[in-house]
Design a protein. Sequence first.
Length: 202
Amino acid sequence: MGLQDVFQTVAQTIITAFDDVPQTIYFHSLGASVYDPATGANVETGGISISATDLSMEASSTLRSVTTNFVTGNIPTDDTQWFIISGFTNSANNGYAKATAATATEVTLSELTVETEGAGDTVVVDGPFYKLKGVIRHFGAEDMQEDSPIQLEDIQIVIASEDLAVTPKPGDWILYDGTHYTVILPDADPAFATWKLWLRRK
């Protein structure tokens, strides 16, 4: 194991060892934007952007649809990636989940205990996300410097680089405590043991 690997492992251990200090965040790596002539909108490649009224839930941990296609909707079955479901009347059916299998009209869920509910509500599925632990820093007036891109309400999160399978970039975004934040400035330490992400509320 090289010195860089040692630093990365140590950083990962420190951040994850103290459950009362690190905060849970959900990190989304923004994909390329492609113009869709059918809708006249730019669509993110690889992103999940499902909003439909034909989605139902079964207590067997199955999310179903009538016509909405979960495969073309990019529902991931990679164990490292999460997505968020919202819009069901029964709050038990809303929250973060992973998929162990997905077909065009069925998704087998894990990490979310659900109850049977019929279709009809506008249900949104968004993601995908990496679930991470990080240390949050809030900025005060004393941290502001002239010509700095950092604003008073921005926050910074420090995460172990070993926990994130992608390289963060401006435009990526996270969900933290139910709030969307956009990455405005990613910065790695010299050993690439940690990432510092400066974040701004969307």
